[in-house]
Design a protein. Structure first.
Length: 246
């Protein structure tokens, strides 16, 4: 990785609505920034604007909760309609307590409330779901823009407080960098070092994006370097015998 790493928010990205040409909006933002895609560039894009463009906003008034959703809503104090959406996006409930439901999402992520959010949605009474295929969404944007793309979301951590940006979609770069076999500073061969490269990009971009009313949903990260083949964000999910905690 270059020492000259820079991050800059794309200016002038408008409020995104269903059906908008997100690739065109991002290309215009890059042009306003005066940035031509170059080697080592990654565009980090907030999940919310991808979901909005893809029409993943659901009016709660259209949702009819089932018996399981009602039971879980009673236990957590959540809106039964929101709980129905959470269950519809999940393969199982991992844990639940008042005002929180941890699930295994259909994409394999273990996360709060299936990633469904009502903040910064822009439509009263709506809930925003994750993209159907975040890696596919990233691939489409990467092809359109001619650069690597990471789609970011904010996750909590099981053993640490606070949320941090992670990659839920990636294209044009390796989501994981396997450093095993390389020497450390003192010549010792690395045995277990595999970095979540796309997650590191997402976390760095999160410092610029913010979490509230900043209005900076796309960040250009410049100065990165990698020599591994591209791999999607789905490669970050632990599966089978690798997962010691489920």
């Amino acid at each position: 990785m270059s020492a000259a790493l820079t991050l800059a928010a794309l200016p002038g990205i408008p409020a995104v609505r269903a059906g908008d040409d997100l690739g065109g909006l991002l290309a215009a933002g890059l042009a306003r920034l005066g940035a031509t895609p170059a080697s080592g560039d990654v565009l980090a894009v907030a999940q919310k604007i991808v979901s909005k463009a893809e029409g993943r906003s659901v009016p709660l008034a259209s949702v009819t909760p089932g018996a399981e959703a009602q039971r879980l809503a009673d236990a957590t104090g959540k809106d039964p309609r929101l709980v129905e959406l959470i269950l519809s996006e999940s393969v199982r409930v991992v844990r639940a307590r008042p005002n929180l439901i941890i699930v295994e999402h259909r994409l394999g992520f273990v996360m709060a409330n299936a990633g469904i959010d009502q903040s910064n949605v822009g439509e009263e009474g709506h809930a925003l779901l994750l993209p159907l295929d975040p890696d596919g969404s990233a691939a489409g944007l990467a092809a359109r823009l001619g650069m690597a793309v990471v789609i970011t979301d904010s996750f909590g951590r099981a053993w640490r407080r606070g949320t941090v940006g992670v990659a839920i979609g990636a294209a044009g770069l390796p989501a994981l960098l396997d450093l095993r076999g390389q020497p450390d500073l003192f010549g010792r061969t690395l045995q277990v070092s595999v970095t979540g490269f796309a997650d590191e990009v997402a976390a760095a971009a999160g410092l610029v994006m913010g979490q509230g009313a900043e209005g900076r949903p796309a960040v250009l990260v410049r100065g990165l370097a990698w020599d591994a083949p591209a791999a999607p964000a789905s490669a970050l999910v632990r599966v089978g015998p690798e997962d010691l905690f489920r």
